[in-house]
Design a protein around this ligand. Structure first.
Ligand code: BGC
Length: 763
């Protein structure tokens, strides 16, 4: 009803009759058709120039996530806003600020079509949750959904109604800095998490004022940049595209994601922005996506340096024809679409389709009813940094930590009676834990590890910095000392360690050492941190190494020598509180790695679901001619799915309800899980399969299910997974998704290296 009223208002304002009176129905089909009628009623009123403008997206301020545009300065933008030549904006936040900008459009433009306000709400807005890779390590879909819900709650209160998240790019290469922003290397886990995040952002009612549009990005292949160098070319086979890269995007469409973003990279010779195969054939036709596709920042313009478009007009023509609906910061559509339609290079039908998609989002958000619905300054004040959000951020942070090593139960630490030396610049840092892609948050708003430890008043803590974290790239980093070689703090750190019973060293990457544009060719501890670690180890071997990083690191020496290692990622606002609770045993770690940790950079790309090859393993120790390196094992340092607990679990009695699976039948695979330790704990039980012989070579293992199981000490529980033919499908040599008959190995275990299986015959 609300929407009907708004169209009437719009039409009355224009002195025209409103043709639509159909109410917004309760069923999705009815709602869709009712909105479509309203969309058409608006579209009919628009000039060609206004249609092009509706697809134009401007940035609110320069130089945040991309290079400053060469044209389109503030004055021109303002003029375009007034003329109704902007459909959406990004990076304008704050209830009042959003109201001001919206008002320019509502007060001045001919058709008064409200703007959508987009922002990169990647892992929280002001209250920052763990980086997405860390959240993925929780494998806890309910908590991840809550984290996204929390982000939507806080961001929507600041006027935002569209996030450019989740990033669902699968990546197998930790050199790529943006692995921090995704869910790691696995298409199945990535799909599940994509769905959880979309549900969290979009909720069940997009018209509510606390839900926001989600955006599955970057379609597609961006995480497969050659050599892990950001923005680099991507070449993948159709089989890899279908079996590995598409699934999280397809799952996003099925979960109702309303927008997609294309990608900077070229894929098999065609820029993703130019690909009608991706955007029209696959996304809009095969998957029936009814939302809108936004370009990545300037990616339409970037087709010129790609050597694919000769000028901006040509780029606009290619992009629109390929199904790229919205132009983010290329100035291509607003300046060229009208002429392109007049000259017949772009059909009005294609233009209308793109505009319809944008208008539809605006109706779905309820903006035609109330363009200021997200502009409640009182709500903004109440919600921002509120207590309930902190509780969710802390819970997410606790569940994201992965215990990598714990020899002789060095952890948990006693809460009193021991002298604990804390060493490392990151331990006192209140900015770094926020990680990368947290542009809504201010520096110094995270709880540092040192602050978190202070919650334990009986702990005897001393602190020494030791050495700074070296930064290769300083853009956007204001208060960090950049120092790759200074060891002047070593002596104090060594002294502090000598006088302690246990040393907690927090080492790793600064929050801005991963993320966009932050590719690295070496993945060890940056700067002199490795030397510091070894120097401290020389005087005190009881070290708990707490890693803070945005990607898998190579830490072979630490993995060999340091007794306890905790993977704490960039955990967000509540970082220090979460780590302290883990270290002192108030929370039992339960995270599992969503990405393999390599032993050396030379192993990359490294992933558990690899193919066997024709020469899979050395039958003889001295054999040379098999697929391996001469200087490092094939295996990762820590495998996908790996993570320890303060308790132990045993897996027994793996069984199938039937050794055969036919047609529409379902069978079950079960295991008895026992908590064999002394405290309660949560285990992520993982189901893997291997299709032994197929028309295309298949991975040695593929994750197909997982379940978080909490057991008291001594408790046993059966964990059961249902298997049907659908689960065993893949994109076959017949170029379609199907299940092939044959034998499958079924594994249930604690990580991707689990090796006990049962054989299932599919006929
Ligand atoms: C990134 C996108 C992001 C956009 C807007 C680009 O540089 O690749 O993921 O959404 O900027 O900030």
């Amino acid at each position: 009803m609300k929407i009907v009223k708004s169209v009437i208002c719009l039409s009355l304002a224009l002195g025209m009759a409103c043709s639509s009176t159909a109410p917004v129905g309760t069923t999705p089909t009815a709602a869709k058709s009712a909105i479509d009628i309203k969309v058409d009623s608006v579209l009919k009123l628009m000039t060609l120039q206004e249609k092009g403008g509706q697809l134009n997206q401007y940035n609110g301020f320069y130089d945040v996530t991309g290079p400053e545009p060469k044209s389109g300065q503030a004055a021109e933008k303002l003029e375009h806003l007034k003329k109704g030549l902007v459909g959406s904006v990004l990076n304008i936040t704050g209830a009042e600020q959003v109201r001001n900008i919206q008002k320019i459009v509502m007060d001045n433009s001919r058709l008064k079509i409200p703007l959508i306000f987009g922002f990169d709400v990647i892992h929280g807005f002001k209250t920052i949750s763990p980086i997405p890779l860390a959240e993925a390590a929780s494998w806890d879909l309910r908590t991840i959904e809550k984290s996204a819900r929390m982000a939507a709650e806080e961001a929507s209160a600041a006027g935002i109604n569209w996030t450019f998240a989740p990033m669902v790019d699968v990546s197998r290469d930790a050199r790529w800095g943006r692995v921090m922003e995704g869910s790691g290397e696995d298409p199945y886990l990535g799909s599940q998490i994509a769905v959880a995040r979309i549900k969290g952002f979009q909720g069940t009612d997009l018209a509510a004022n606390n839900t926001i549009l989600a955006c599955a990005k970057h379609f597609v292949g961006y995480g497969f940049a050659e050599a892990g160098r950001d923005y680099n070319s991507v070449d993948v086979s159709e089989a890899t595209l279908e079996n590995v890269l598409f699934p999280p995007f397809k799952a996003s469409v099925d979960a109702g994601v309303r927008t997609f973003m294309n990608a900077f990279n070229d894929l098999n010779g065609v820029p993703a922005t130019a690909s009608s195969y991706l955007q029209r054939d696959v996304l809009k036709n095969r998957w029936n996506f009814s939302g809108a596709v936004v370009s990545d920042w300037g990616s339409i313009m970037e087709m010129i340096p790609h050597g694919y478009a000769s000028n901006l007009s040509h780029a606009a023509e290619i992009a629109l024809n390929a199904g790229n609906d919205i132009d983010m910061e290329s100035y291509a559509y607003v300046n060229h679409l009208e002429d392109l339609v007049r000259s017949g290079k772009v059909s009005e039908e294609n233009l209308n389709d793109a505009v319809r998609r944008v208008l539809k989002l605006k109706f779905e958000l309820g903006l035609f009813d109330d363009p200021y619905k997200y502009c409640d300054a009182k709500r903004e004040k109440e919600v921002t940094f509120s207590e309930p959000l902190q509780i969710i951020a802390l819970d997410m942070a606790l569940k994201s930590v992965v215990l990598l090593k714990n020899e002789q139960n060095l952890l948990p630490l006693p809460k009193s009676g021991k002298r604990i030396a804390v060493i490392g610049a990151l331990a006192a840092d209140k900015t770094s834990p926020l990680g990368s892609w947290r542009i809504g948050a201010s520096d110094n708003t995270a709880v540092s590890l040192l602050e978190g430890l202070k919650n334990y008043p009986n702990a005897q803590i001393t602190y020494a910095k030791g050495a700074d974290v070296a930064l290769g790239e300083t853009k956007f980093v204001s208060e960090l000392t950049i120092n790759t070689t200074d060891k002047s703090g070593f002596a104090a750190a060594i002294e502090t360690a000598k006088n302690a019973d246990i040393v907690v060293m927090m080492l790793g990457e600064h929050g801005l050492q991963s993320g966009e544009g932050r590719s690295r060719s070496e993945l060890g501890l940056p700067g002199v941190q490795q030397e510091l670690l070894e120097a401290v180890f020389a005087v005190n071997k009881s070290i708990v190494l707490v890693l803070q990083n945005g990607r898998p690191l190579t830490i072979p020496w630490a993995a060999e020598n340091i007794p306890a290692i905790v993977e704490a990622w960039h955990l967000g606002t509540q970082s220090g509180n979460a780590i302290a609770q883990i270290l002192f045993g108030d929370f039992n770690p339960q995270g599992k790695l969503p990405m393999s940790f390599p032993r050396s950079v030379g192993q990359l790309p490294l992933y558990y679901n690899a193919k066997s090859t024709g020469r899979p393993a050395a039958n003889e120790p001295n054999s040379v001619f098999w697929s391996h390196y001469g200087d490092v094992p094939n295996t990762p340092q820590f495998p996908f799915g790996y993570g320890l607990s303060y308790t132990t679990f045993s897996y027994n009695n793996l069984r199938l309800s039937s050794a055969k699976l036919t047609d529409s039948q379902k069978i079950t695979a079960s295991i008895d899980l026992t908590n064999t330790g002394k405290v309660s704990g949560t285990e992520v039980v993982q189901l893997y399969i291997q299709d032994e012989v197929a028309t295309g070579t298949r991975p040695v293992k593929e994750l197909k299910g997982f379940e978080l199981v909490t057991l008291a000490a001594g408790e046993t529980k059966s964990v059961t997974f249902t298997i049907d033919k659908k689960m065993l499908e893949f994109f076959s040599a017949n170029r379609k998704w199907e299940t092939e008959d044959g034998t499958f190995k079924i594994y249930i275990g604690t990580n991707a290296q689990t090796n006990s299986f049962k054989v299932l015959t599919v006929e």
